[in-house]
Write a protein that binds this ligand. Structure first.
Ligand code: RRO
Length: 322
């Protein structure tokens, strides 16, 4: 292929992955997820310089936190189990990082995990006045003993939405836990449709899994007696189901980040068929480092090319019937 044709083909396929979330343009379909390797400025700089199409920051709290006791992360055959317990530098650090990361050609996404309603209001308000482009409200951390995920309680979810959705003009989204029944998808979508929610992120890890090492006869992580969030390949079908359930109820009104077991272009393509506007990568980033973003995006481009699709928009949500 001559260099001009190669350049044209490259530009064509790079543009094929352009997308947007809640009206904010992303130059690619694949970005990092709030979670691994995104708590410090050094780590966020690595993401800024990678193929990730956005810079998603670690979920933050009002005050800095060390997180749960170690061991709190363990790789498994098909993913990982973790109970990190929200180790982060406190929201003021991330408001500052946003100014330093803005203007790098990709959106900056804050993730807030309040330990109370007041915390959510304080932090969403602060990020509304910051340089971030999107604000993800994490209602689904499974790893805080005595604090079940807010999103499993629809009246508490309504309280948070009432309090945070009108605080400014930047799009606010919800990071949601896996739901397992259409009744719960209906309830969540009813609340989302009646508030100014720009996007949902489906799904957080599957909470309170247990992995046991038969040699040590003990759980593989220490916090909460070994109960922790299940990640990676194990959770992809549940994540796809949740993306699809939210797409069926909210398409055209609310954007969707798909997350859960994306480690190849084929995985990303499945999320695209289910209706995700973009995918986030957590466990593969933890395992492989920042090269995963460009690799997954290139693999997705090749799949689109082979199937004759010129953009993600031509495929989004077009899951066929059997
Ligand atoms: O830090 C964590 O333990 C954690 C968070 Br905030 C989350 O949202 N999901 C998860 O699996 N772990």
């Amino acid at each position: 292929m001559s260099s001009n044709i190669y350049l044209a083909a490259s530009i064509f396929f790079l543009m094929a992955l352009n997308t947007s979330v809640a009206g904010v343009a992303l130059g690619g379909y694949v970005c990092n997820a709030s979670g691994p390797r995104d708590a410090t400025l050094e780590e966020l700089e690595v993401i800024a310089n990678s193929g990730s199409s956005a810079i998603v920051m670690k979920s933050c709290t009002r005050e800095p936190r060390e997180g749960n006791e170690e061991p709190r992360y363990s790789r498994l055959a098909f993913g990982a189990i973790q109970s990190m317990g929200l180790p982060n530098l406190g929201f003021k650090a991330y408001v500052g990082f946003a100014s330093q990361l803005a203007g790098r050609g990709k959106p900056v996404v804050a993730s807030v995990a309040g330990l109370s309603l007041e915390d959510f209001v304080l932090m969403v308000g602060a990020f509304q006045d910051s340089a971030v482009d999107l604000i993800e409200v994490n209602l689904s951390c499974p790893n805080l003993a005595g604090k079940p995920p807010v999103a499993y309680d629809f009246s508490r979810t309504a309280e948070v939405l009432d309090a945070v959705c009108g605080l400014g003009s930047k799009p606010v989204g919800l990071k949601l836990p896996p739901y397992y029944d259409f009744v719960h998808h209906d309830a969540a979508c009813g609340l989302i449709a009646s508030h100014r929610v720009g996007f949902v992120t489906c799904i957080n890890s599957i909470g309170n899994a247990l992995a046991i090492n038969p040699e040590t006869e003990a759980p593989v992580i220490r916090p909460k007696g070994g109960f922790g969030g299940l990640c990676g390949d194990y959770i992809k079908p549940v994540a796809l189901a949740n993306v699809r359930a939210f797409f069926e109820r909210l398409a055209g009104k609310v954007s969707i980040f798909g997350v859960g077991g994306v480690k190849s272009g084929s995985d990303a393509f499945e999320f695209l068929l289910a209706g995700a506007d973009a995918v986030q990568v957590a466990t593969a980033f933890e395992n492989e480092g920042p090269a995963c973003f460009g690799r997954i995006a290139s693999e997705l481009e090749l799949i689109l090319q082979r199937k004759g699709y010129s953009s993600v928009d031509g495929v989004k949500g077009r899951l066929k019937r059997v």
